[in-house]
Design a protein around this ligand. Structure first.
Ligand code: GLA
Length: 680
């Protein structure tokens, strides 16, 4: 009876109950403003994320429209939000904040669901009207909100996710940190038998001191030999150092030997005596990404010691470079170690008290078989406000050469074209400048001028000084950096140890490869692996292990200068393994000096490839998403036909032969780096 009664009641009221449940479900759907999530989880290229304000702390404003709610960030920016399959949709009005001014900055907004691209905005600029995003999230577990710069320059990319909301059917969205990964060492231990590593081609100008240390791994004691060494050069068979001087421009083919109790290795080595130096990208260390303004002479000596003691010298690492803050800094009166006379009576630059003996320091570094570099700016002040080279270029170049320096990083900062009309009597004008902010002209001749002046001064020196341009990519420097004698030129703003910064700098190099070649390279900035921190306090890199593999692989494919940015005295085994894989480093140091091109890009996976001198190809299969994906390198995209032998370079293992494509699963933000040889 009772059951019958219930069934009848259900037949009568059933539809009404279903309706009521549906209404309550609709009511349960709730909109969560993005600004209420834990924004400390946002990774971004510059500044801090702000709730309901722009990155600079102003009211959110896009194309003249203001918004009271939203997230103000800066490209490259990334936020992971767990929605556990309960989200309905994501909505926002996006654009570049009006605080940057009309026409400035580029920002491209992307919404990813479980690693797949769901929505992408146009590349937006300051002053553009906001673009609406209305993205359905049915079934998605994790949402990723990305702002890239749409180019490799993140300047002024102040990005607003205005009125951004996630609509949930149940539960609440949660901002999360990127997952933790174990640091798995892939590089095999170097073999005890001799192996000659590093560059196979070396440029030197006639009449300059020659120094090349044969980089070789294998058990010690080891002895070295060199067949057909040209007259004027000599080899120390115990240290493997080749020194001397070549008088005339000519190319020499030498055979290098390295021998120990277990065997002997030999390699061809081409010495090109002529106008061009730095034929393959510089490999070394620079003080900025660890010590920044805290750098001292002791740090430089310790880095040189560690380069030798760690064995990295045996893999081709050569330069020990002092960045900013070896000079006197009148803007930092609080710090006595930065004070003193700026120049001597003849106008020659003087180091600050932290660097009491420059010739002694260069001799120390050269004595280890290494080379040494330093830093200046074409304006009156460096980026840190130290004394720089404006109106003293020739004197400074002479001084660097006399001291024994081998590398100059020349950083735009306080330079302005207006300075040029004050040469010879610049002191008054410089005083009027007050601070040390430079300007960013668009005129190419104005951009080239200060670099051409310093290059001419360096050319006059009886010493080879590698010339590294730093001006963050202004005026498409890659199109003319070689014309002003640049051995490399920074294409981007300063790198940081975040995925957003590193990936924007590295992947942003697409399209610039045709401007690189032997002796002149694009430079997406220094490496951020190991203990970094811009001094004095340091921390382990915030890049995940896979991101670090991506960093090194990409920089090698790009034939970028490789300048280690970490504290060399704190090299852990994982970092060391990243910096000592000879098959990977050979991609960077290949004599063809080709920069890889991006041959495939679907938003979450990219394939980059470059030709190697021996007819093989180096190919990087990259995963830019947060989950494992299968990445495919198609022969049609690589310009290959026929069977290829494929070798995994990090693991140094052959993977087999493949006939029209190579595909593999790549971990989140990771890479598989391979080399392919045609099967004869
Ligand atoms: C600029 C450069 C950095 C570093 C500092 C030094 O920011 O881009 O690499 O040299 O100046 O002040």
């Amino acid at each position: 009876m009772r059951a019958d009664f219930f069934i009848r009641r259900l037949q009568t009221f059933g539809p009404a109950i279903v309706l009521a449940l549906a209404i309550s479900a609709v009511r349960a759907e709730q909109a969560f403003p993005l600004s209420q999530l834990d924004l400390s989880k946002v990774q971004q290229g510059w500044g801090d994320p702000h709730a309901n304000q722009s990155v600079e702390g102003h009211a959110l404003s896009i194309g003249g429209q203001t918004f009271t709610n939203g997230l103000g960030t800066h490209a490259y920016s990334e936020l992971l939000v767990n929605v556990d399959g309960n989200a309905e949709k994501f909505t926002a009005q996006v654009g570049v904040d009006d605080e940057v001014g009309a026409g400035r900055g580029n920002a491209q907004f992307e919404v990813l669901g479980d690693g797949r691209l769901l929505w992408r905005s146009a590349v937006l600029h300051g002053g553009d009207a906001p673009q609406s995003a209305d993205v359905s999230l049915g079934g998605i577990k994790q949402l990723t909100l990305i702002v890239s710069s749409g180019s490799n320059n993140i300047d002024y990319a102040h990005a607003d996710w205005a009125n951004a909301e996630i609509n949930m059917r149940a539960g609440a969205p949660e901002a999360v940190s990127p997952p933790q990964e174990p640091a798995v060492i892939l590089t095999p231990q170097p073999s005890p038998e001799p192996r000659i590593n590093g560059t196979r081609i070396f440029g030197v100008r006639p009449g300059t001191p020659f120094l090349f240390t044969i980089p070789a791994t294998g058990d010690r004691p080891m002895t070295f030999g060199a067949d057909h060494l040209p007259k004027g050069l000599r080899l120390d068979s115990q240290t493997g150092r080749i020194t001397g001087e070549l008088k005339k421009a000519k190319t020499f083919i030498v055979t290098l030997h390295a021998k120990n109790a277990l065997g002997e290795a030999q390699e061809q080595f081409k010495i090109v005596c002529g106008p061009q130096i730095g034929l393959t990208p510089a490999m070394g260390w620079n003080s900025w990404n660890c010590f920044a303004s805290a750098v001292t002479e002791e740090d430089i000596k310790a880095a040189a010691d560690a380069m030798v003691k760690s064995g990295l010298i045996n893999h081709g690492w050569t330069y020990i470079n002092i960045d900013d803050f070896w000079e006197v800094n009148p803007h930092r009166a609080d710090d006595p170690t930065l004070q003193g006379p700026q120049r001597d009576a003849e106008g020659r630059i003087l180091p600050n008290p932290r660097f009491p003996d420059m010739p002694g320091l260069t001799a120390y570094v050269h004595g280890q078989g290494l080379k040494i570099g330093l830093y200046s700016s074409p304006g009156p002040w460096t980026c840190g406000g130290c004394v720089a080279s404006f109106d003293h270029e020739l004197l400074d170049a002479q001084r660097y050469a006399q001291w024994g320096f081998d590398y100059l990083k020349y950083d735009w900062c306080s330079y302005k074209p207006e300075l040029e009309s004050h040469r010879g009597h610049s002191a008054e004008f410089v005083k009027q400048l007050g601070g040390w902010s430079g300007s960013t002209p668009t005129d190419r001749a104005q951009l080239m001028r200060p670099y051409a002046i310093m290059h001419a001064a360096l050319e006059k020196q009886p010493r080879d000084i590698l010339f590294s341009l730093c001006q963050y990519g202004m005026g498409d420097v890659w199109k003319w950096g070689a014309q002003v004698g640049g051995n490399s030129w920074r294409t981007t703003g300063d790198i940081r140890d975040t995925w957003s910064s590193m990936s924007a700098n590295g992947f942003g190099e697409a399209g610039e490869g045709k401007y690189a070649g032997p002796g002149h390279f694009n430079d997406p900035d220094m490496l951020v692996v190991g203990y970094v921190g811009w001094g004095p306090s340091l921390h382990p890199t915030r890049l995940t292990p896979n991101e670090q593999y991506t960093h090194i692989s990409l920089w090698c494919l790009l034939a970028s200068p490789l300048l280690i940015g970490c504290d060399m005295t704190k090299l852990d085994p994982f970092t060391l393994s990243l910096l000592s894989n000879d098959e990977v480093l050979a991609v960077d140091q290949d004599p063809l000096a080709q920069q890889a091109s991006r041959v495939a890009d679907d938003g979450t996976q990219q394939v980059w490839a470059k030709d190697m001198e021996d007819g093989s190809k180096a190919v990087g299969l990259f995963n830019l998403s947060r989950s494992d994906v299968k990445v495919v390198a198609q022969w049609s995209e690589l310009g290959l036909t026929g069977r290829q032998r494929v070798r995994d370079l990090w693991r140094q293992k052959d993977l087999g032969e493949f006939s029209d494509r190579f595909e593999t699963t790549v971990p989140p933000h990771g890479v598989v780096l391979v080399r392919m040889w045609p099967v004869k």
